[in-house]
Design a binder for this molecule. Sequence first.
Ligand code: CAA
Length: 264
Amino acid sequence: AGAAVPEAAIEVTQQGPTALVELNRPKALNALSTQVMHELVDAVMQLDAEPSVRAIIITGRGKAFAAGADIREMAGLDQAQAEQQQLFARWQELSTGRKGWTPLIAAVNGIALGGGAELAMLCDVIIASTAASFGLPEVTLGVIPGIGGTQRLPRLVGRARAMDAMLTARRISAEEALSWGLVSRLVQPEQLLPEAQAIADKLASFSPGAVARLLQASHAADNMPLDAALLEERRLFYSCFGTADQREGMGAFLEKRQPVFTKN
Ligand code: CAA
């Protein structure tokens, strides 16, 4: 008999210009195992390379978004193994590995703890249902966040809130996450995917090149000193004028008609 093929840990469905990527280990509260990491990163890279895909929604099946990295898998590792495996290194590809800069929308349906919260923070837009909650409880396990949490949370919500959250390991409710600006919209659970879809449809109607440049500029904002980032914004802005979509977008405005943007 051949080796057992592990069940897919994620589920990908495409509907028009939007791809929906669902974490699908509900019994383990969608814990982010190495298998999940490889499947999810591979799927997103593949979808990103597909010109027909204009937005990617990431959500969790069942009651959790993701309860963090897989503790069962990590528990027995020693330092040499963690280093040798480059544990969690691939997650960063979601942010900077997208050659097409296809926007990622996190639709946080339930608990997003540890790596789950960090996955959401890797996305370009984060919306949440009222059933969602967030937290970086790694310190309770004798470790620290390892998928960007110590760096992204303070940048997203400010140092005071981030240190409070990480040092107390406390749970941040969906309402608090909204008031912190960690998420941009809060909706009833049944409205979560329709809302994410509406965002995806909206941005899919715009120039893909302009959307990609926005994401690149946003990336510069996260990574560069202000002077350099402003120059990068201007470089990207000028490069828009090398595209048919700039002429179409502005021409359509002046002609009082809807623009028809290129597909790639
Ligand atoms: N890894 C592996 N398995 C997990 C898990 C995780 N992060 N979170 C939950 N599970 C599993 C549980 O072990 C349990 O499995 P069994 O049924 O086989 O026992 C199943 O999912 C259901 O979980 P609970 O019975 O605990 O469910 P609950 O509703 O009582 O509690 C919870 C929910 C409060 C989220 C609790 O599961 C919990 O505290 N989970 C761990 C959260 C956490 O510490 N996350 C951080 C992980 S470390 C990290 O992410 C490092 C990093 O920075 C990358």
